[in-house]
Ligand binder design. Structure first.
Ligand SMILES: [Mn+2]
Length: 449
């Protein structure tokens, strides 16, 4: 059944996506599988998460389905294979649309029970000028596609049809997904709103003695309470030195007086659009001198990088902007030494800042779309959405490069990242997550409560 927290299925929008995808396929037939259910343990499954490619083209939110896109069959270009209606299965696992629903509600020209895929797939692919299928990702469907392909190659000398090529659908489809429609931007604003509110709540409750997990609970409670499916990725709630572990998700340490708390968390909506926000603030409401110096620096780098987001700029340029501000500041603080250009060229800052400044954001948190095409970095365009998230991590985990100063003890155990979600707009950018405050003053003033 439709999720009441998702906007009503916009059939025209999905049909338009399919049309654009079909036109780009250049005569190849695309096979796009849905996600299967994934075992959590024993006979318990993880909550279902549709694959974003399948969702983007169909809006169909059931496991184990397969969509065919058939440019060589103009009357029949969109075919779904789905779990058929079956009372004995639905009494255990709930409602299914079945073949009738796939046609009536989701715009498929024809729908078949998924059990018939092996038998029917070769016929549907016959006459196409290629097969677009992502190998290596869909172990249940791949053998069927390869078998149909092999049979066509065997027949090619006598059928008179040219041997088919197997191509990746990803570049075509991901080009489409990279550019968000106004309706998609609206959903990303909603994901950003809920995510930003959760960060504001977290700052209100965090205090020395609380466990990281108790702060996580406040954040994820808000996601669910607002109708999101839950966190878009494992929430990172990292006090003190834990913040120097980039993908820390244990979230089980006690928050200590004098430490910073780094929270990287965002929600995933009912229709899978995501927020991705990081904020860092002092657990006791007051920065130490070292914390303040580094926080101010990361904030300056983040604001400069956000300002660099505009049509025609590149994600690489945004990253370079952040790196330059960070390196200049680190030299001033005595944490790096030498010429700014030399440090940047040699990457001699990477023991303190070891990740990229951002990624595309959309139906996937690390959304699809190329960052480079051949020699050229992809230019930002209106409708693209990316995160901007520079940070600094002062710990002993990585060796200090030769010629650079050792990290004095007073800096150690400080991990800071500030991350916003930024949409490229006609004249610059829109910070979708601006409701999550980030000024030094705001980080030192927990909300009343
Ligand atoms: Mn991110």
């Amino acid at each position: 059944m439709p999720d009441p927290f998702a906007p009503p299925l916009d059939r025209a929008a999905f049909a338009d996506r399919r049309d654009r995808f079909l036109r780009r396929l250049g005569g190849a037939a695309a096979v796009i599988p849905a996600a299967p259910l994934v075992t959590h343990h024993a006979d318990v499954e993880h909550p279902f998460r549709q694959t974003s490619d399948f969702w983007y083209l169909t809006g169909f939110d059931e496991p184990g389905a397969v969509a065919l896109f058939l440019p060589h069959q103009p009357d029949n270009p969109f075919v779904l294979f789905v779990a058929p209606k079956q009372a004995s299965a639905e009494v255990w696992n709930g409602f299914r649309w079945g073949c009738e629903g796939a046609v009536a509600e989701f715009g498929a020209a024809v729908a078949h029970p998924i059990e018939e895929l092996a038998q029917r797939l070769p016929g549907y692919l016959d006459g196409a000028e290629g097969i677009a299928f992502r190998v290596g990702r869909h172990p249940a469907v791949e053998p069927l596609v390869l078998k149909a392909w092999a049979a066509q190659l065997d027949r090619a000398p006598r059928s008179g049809r040219a041997a088919l090529g197997l191509v990746a659908p990803c570049p075509l489809l991901h080009e489409l997904r990279l550019r968000k429609s106004p309706a998609e931007l609206e959903r990303l604003r909603e994901a950003a709103r809920i995510s930003a509110e959760a960060h504001e709540l977290a700052r209100q409750v965090a205090r020395p003695g609380l466990n990281e997990r108790q702060v996580q609970a406040v954040i994820e409670h808000h996601f669910l309470e607002q109708g999101a499916r839950g966190p878009a990725y494992g929430s990172i709630v990292a006090g003190g030195d834990n913040a120097c572990v980039l993908h820390y998700t244990a979230n089980n340490a006690t928050l200590r007086d004098g430490d910073l708390l780094l929270i990287d968390a965002g929600c995933s909506l009912a229709d899978y659009y995501n927020g991705d926000i990081t904020r860092t603030f002092p657990v006791n409401g007051r920065f130490s001198g070292e914390q303040r110096a580094l926080y101010t620096l990361v904030l300056a780098a983040q604001e400069a990088a956000v300002s660099a987001v505009r049509p025609g700029a590149t994600a690489e340029g945004v990253h370079d902007t952040a790196v330059r501000v960070l390196v200049e500041g680190l030299v001033e603080l005595g944490l790096l030494q030498g010429s700014i250009d030399g440090i940047i060229e040699q990457g001699a800052y990477r023991h303190l800042y070891m990740h990229r400044t951002g990624h595309w954001l959309g139906l996937d948190v690390h959304d699809v779309g190329a960052y480079r095409l051949g020699e050229h970095p992809v230019q930002l365009e209106t409708g693209m959405v990316l995160t901007v998230e520079p940070g600094l991590y002062l710990s002993d985990r990585l060796p200090v490069p030769e010629g650079q100063p050792a990290i004095a003890p007073r800096w150690k155990g400080i991990g800071i990242r500030i991350e916003d979600d930024v949409a490229v707009s006609e004249h610059g950018h829109e910070v979708l997550t601006a409701a999550a405050l980030k000024s030094v003053a705001a980080m030192e003033q927990p909300l009343a409560g």
